[in-house]
Design a binder for this molecule. Structure first.
Ligand code: NAD
Ligand code: IPM
Ligand code: MN
Length: 370
């Protein structure tokens, strides 16, 4: 049996609480003889800064680069508000994305039938929702240069971020979106703001060309990103795959999260380009949510986003698609049984904690595989 190299980076706040549930699951999978793992654990974010003054060490980066998959919890929190920008907890996450070349961020928003009443929208708008946001992750305003705050002669300050995209960057993320749409509803909506942004004009041009040249059977719609945000809360089921840039993807995926009931439900996979020699790609898996300082340390966070992110790792990096499907099924079973963490509990439901939810998913998986 192949041993999968898994790098665990729990991070800050609720990160370690939700990653603990993945560790439990990994141990259970091993005990069941389904797969074997070599696990490396590293500090990232504020925890790494407190330990050695950087948001991620070079040694941790090396281990991440050598792993089959990185499982990432979350970073950040008010404790590090005054830390210089380049050492902030979030800088560790951005370095991982950039140095691993993880340009394609897949954020599926699925509303489990049992949770349709936990969404802030009416049940009929979200019941059966299954959309996928494909977010460009290593370009755009997150990484464009210059990025600085300059003090002017008169003492005023000028801050600049640069939104920058090249043709190849748009080309490769568009292809990821079209390829995934082929396996789903065969529809892509491309969201940009070509009415005010040059990057939007280029985005529109490149995505249109790729569709014409290589994906004539996929239906392509162009939508302005602000309208897309509105459509997501108006009639979200009109969408299948949404492809968009780094910043719009960040915002639209938090909107999409609430359609599923909670930010604590949304998993993600961040993938690099396939190495033609090995067929492998670098990959990191993380919940879409952050470190949730308001609930950290209380053992009440919803671990499903992180467990489902591990499911995406099983599927996209570890060649264990059947197990991934069973895990998704186990999550649906647990929710159907009425078990809820506080974020998705509706009136009259008693909420369980992070660890109980993790245990319940494992028990449901055990049943499915029996
Ligand atoms: P957040 O995602 O941490 O929290 C937003 C709200 O959602 C909070 O009320 C929180 O309690 C709730 N929430 C989030 N995850 C939950 C879960 N699993 N279960 C139950 N409730 C959950 O966003 P924020 O408060 O804006 O940011 C806090 C910190 O996290 C910031 O430092 C930010 O930079 C960082 N952040 C990190 C990541 C990441 O590491 N990938 C992502 C987003 C934000
Ligand atoms: C996310 C987060 C990150 C982002 C932050 C923490 C850098 O919000 O993964 O959605 O903006 O990409
Ligand atoms: Mn975000």
């Amino acid at each position: 049996m192949a041993t999968h190299k898994l790098s665990l980076m729990a991070g800050d706040g609720i990160g370690p609480e939700v990653i603990a549930e993945v560790t439990k699951l990994v141990r259970w999978i091993e005990a069941r003889g389904l797969a074997s793992f070599a696990i490396e654990e590293d500090l990232v974010g504020g925890a790494a800064y407190d330990d050695h003054g950087e948001a991620i060490s070079d040694a941790a980066m090396e281990r991440a680069l050598a792993s089959d998959a990185v499982m990432f919890g979350s970073v950040g929190g008010p404790k590090w508000d005054a830390v210089p920008y380049s050492k902030r907890p979030e800088a560790g996450l951005l370095r991982l994305r950039k140095d691993l070349g993880l340009f394609a961020n897949l954020r599926p928003a699925i509303c489990y039938p049992a949770l349709a009443d936990a969404s802030s929208l009416k049940r009929e708008l979200v019941d059966g929702l299954d959309l996928l946001i494909v977010r460009e992750l290593t370009g755009g305003v997150y990484f464009g240069e210059p990025k600085e705050v300059v003090t002017l002669e008169n003492g005023d300050k000028r801050a600049v971020d640069t939104q920058l995209y090249t043709t190849p960057e748009i080309d490769r993320i568009a292809r990821v979106a079209f390829e995934l749409a082929k396996l789903r509803g065969k529809k892509v909506a491309s969201a940009e703001k070509r009415n005010v942004m040059k990057t939007g004009v280029l985005w529109h041009e490149v995505v249109s060309r790729i569709q014409k040249e290589s994906y004539p059977d996929i239906q392509l719609e162009h939508v302005l990103a602000d309208n897309c945000a509105m459509q997501l809360v108006r009639r979200p089921k009109q969408y299948d795959v949404i492809v968009t840039d780094n910043l719009f993807g960040d915002i639209l995926s938090d909107v999409a999260a609430m359609l599923t009931g909670s930010l604590g439900m949304l998993p993600s996979a961040s993938l690099g380009a396939e190495d033609p020699a090995t067929g492998k790609r670098k990959a990191m898996y993380e919940p879409v949510h952050g470190s949730a300082p308001d609930i950290a340390g209380r053992g009440v966070a919803n671990p499903i986003a992180t467990i489902a992110s591990f499911g995406m790792a099983l599927k996209y990096s570890l060649g264990l698609s059947d197990l991934a499907d069973s895990l998704d099924g186990a999550i649906a079973d647990v929710l159907a049984s009425g078990l809820r963490t506080a974020d998705v509990a509706t009136r009259g439901q008693n909420a369980v904690g992070t660890s109980e939810m993790g245990d319940a998913v494992i028990a449901a998986l055990e049943k499915r595989l029996a």
